[in-house]
Design a protein around this ligand. Sequence first.
Ligand SMILES: NC(=O)c1ccc[n+]([C@@H]2O[C@H](COP(=O)([O-])OP(=O)(O)OC[C@H]3O[C@@H](n4cnc5c(N)ncnc54)[C@H](O)[C@@H]3O)[C@@H](O)[C@H]2O)c1
Length: 267
Amino acid sequence: MAKETNIKGNGMARVQDKVALVTGAAQGIGRATALLLGREGAAVAVADTNARDGEAVAEQIRAAGGKSRFWALDVSKEAEVAAVIAEVGKEFGRLDILVNNAGISGANGTSEEISEAEWDRVMNTNAKSVFLCTKHAVPLMRRSGGGSIVNLSSVYGIVGSHNVAAYHASKGAIRIMSKTDALAYAEDGIRVNSVHPGFIWTPMLEAGAQVPGVAPEAVHSAMAKLHPLGTLGEPGDVAYGILYLASDEAKFVTGCELVIDGGYTAR
Ligand SMILES: NC(=O)c1ccc[n+]([C@@H]2O[C@H](COP(=O)([O-])OP(=O)(O)OC[C@H]3O[C@@H](n4cnc5c(N)ncnc54)[C@H](O)[C@@H]3O)[C@@H](O)[C@H]2O)c1
């Protein structure tokens, strides 16, 4: 008879006793993910350039009875990434889950409108960071007996739009890096998947919704209408998908694209 090894009937939390590193966890989707993983039993390393809000997230997890610590980290700098991952290993003893979430939308513009510096900033923060964090997390995960890497791409990594060239390039890179890493590390028991949110109401989107001369509510409602379900997403909508991929419930899932977009890409 087939075994149902990952169906838990014992009320255990969904990522009990796992160790997770979430980048860009001071706000938005990363914050919601860190809080949810903490609530579901993981020890959470919260990493971000924003120390004030990042410390507050770690404190919130501890106040709820969980384990967490904040690390100041710029994910585009290899020396910082290597040092933080080594410290996470020392502090928590292992690494089971890496959520490569830190990202920026960067400058609006077509290829002919943006500068080389603007392109580099977006690619370094969004795509090079996935390479660096994966590179330094994999040896620790391998020593931990396997793990789950969840990379934040976007619907903008699947379909185009007219004026954020570098962002699309970075999110498309993350999509295919995830499949390549899924194949490279399958035999180590390390699963790698990408998540593709539609428009999620976070500080990133709020900043992008500042259109001179247009009321914020009008921009919000125009953005919502892009999604067949008629609303914007919330950070928790994405965090629950990440939790699934991070957990053993997804033990047969690797190289997949989890689209969480209110139907945006269904057309
Ligand atoms: N909000 C959306 O609509 C949406 C849609 C699709 C994909 N995404 C992706 O989801 C991820 C999170 O987005 P969000 O909306 O929560 O963004 P956000 O701007 O609200 O939060 C991003 C976090 O990343 C941190 N960060 C930025 N650069 C960093 C760096 N170099 N090193 C470490 N931390 C850094 C910021 O300080 C911030 O705390 C991003 O990768 C984004 O591209 C967002």
